[in-house]
Design a protein around this ligand. Structure first.
Ligand code: KIV
Length: 277
């Protein structure tokens, strides 16, 4: 049996929550095997899997495709999927319909960006029974349009707005809130103010859990190197090394060796030779 939303909520103040992004079957199998609490099918997949500059072009079809692959791999983790840009902002009906599509694709819950301004939409999704993770602070789908990638909560006014947004989302019924690139002081205040877990990315140590983009922490995607990422591997270097060795082996005939070949039975080979003579 995989983890439930309730299992995640009850971890608050007891044990930190581990979250990583996942977009494909093979890496989702490995994250699930590592017993990660939540696999987040993030719209960051548009960047690390599809090569977009940012998350704005990501479509519902692409998110469903990623979500189906991840949910096929999952045995233990909770699967949360992002609603992409403009899949929930235009109307509540649209938000509900698209949340339903992600659940049918295998997600247990959806995540969407925004504070008080989007609370009614979140309330409506929760009301029909779909669990929602909120997302405040830096909101890649829209903040970058006006401000670029900037730390949030640096001033008193910005801090008060973030705390108010978090309270509005809690009232709307979210089961957790992702806090992206918020100063550690404000993230701590929010975490101590609301009853549901906060999941930080670049928001310091006081959050109830942490999330990273899998490709960043594995050192696989090197186009952007955010300060808050801890790199646990340099996988891109390892892969380039392996692929270059393979190329050399093919060119020099070192691969394939006898270990990588199939042989005919000796008697069958003799019969073949006779037949062909
Ligand atoms: O898409 C994503 O990877 C996310 C995380 C940054 C929280 O939303």
């Amino acid at each position: 049996m995989h983890k439930s939303v309730r299992d995640i909520v009850t971890k608050k103040n007891i044990k930190k929550i581990s979250v990583l992004t996942a977009y494909d079957y093979t890496t989702a199998l490995l994250c699930d095997k590592s017993n990660i609490d939540i696999m987040l099918v993030g719209d960051s997949g548009g960047m690390v899997m599809l090569g977009y500059e940012n998350t704005i072009p990501v479509t519902m079809d692409q998110m469903c495709f990623f979500t189906e692959a991840v949910s096929r791999a999952r045995e233990k983790s909770l699967v949360v999927a992002d609603l992409p840009f403009m899949s929930y902002q235009s109307s509540i009906n649209n938000a509900i319909a698209n949340s339903g599509r992600l659940i049918k694709a295998g997600a247990d819950a959806v995540k969407l960006e925004g504070g008080r301004a989007i609370a009614d939409t979140i309330g409506a999704i929760v009301e029909i029974g779909i669990p929602v993770m909120g997302h405040i602070g830096l909101q890649p789908q829209t903040t970058i349009l006006s401000q670029g990638y900037r730390v949030q909560g640096k001033t008193k006014n910005s801090a008060i707005k973030l705390i108010d947004d978090a309270k509005a989302l809690e009232e709307a019924g979210v089961f957790s809130i992702a806090l992206e690139m918020i100063t550690k002081e404000v993230a701590r205040k929010i975490t101590n103010t609301i009853s549901v877990p906060t999941i930080g990315i670049g928001s310091g140590p006081y959050c109830d859990g942490q999330v990273l983009v899998l490709h960043d922490m594995l050192g696989l995607y090197e186009k952007i190197k955010p300060k808050f990422v801890k790199k646990y591997l340099s996988l891109s270097q390892e892969i380039v090394k392996a692929v270059s060795s393979y190329k050399k082996d093919v060119e020099t005939g070192k691969f394939p060796s006898k270990d990588h070949c199939f042989s005919m039975d000796k008697s069958e080979l003799e019969k073949l030779k006779k037949e062909l003579e």
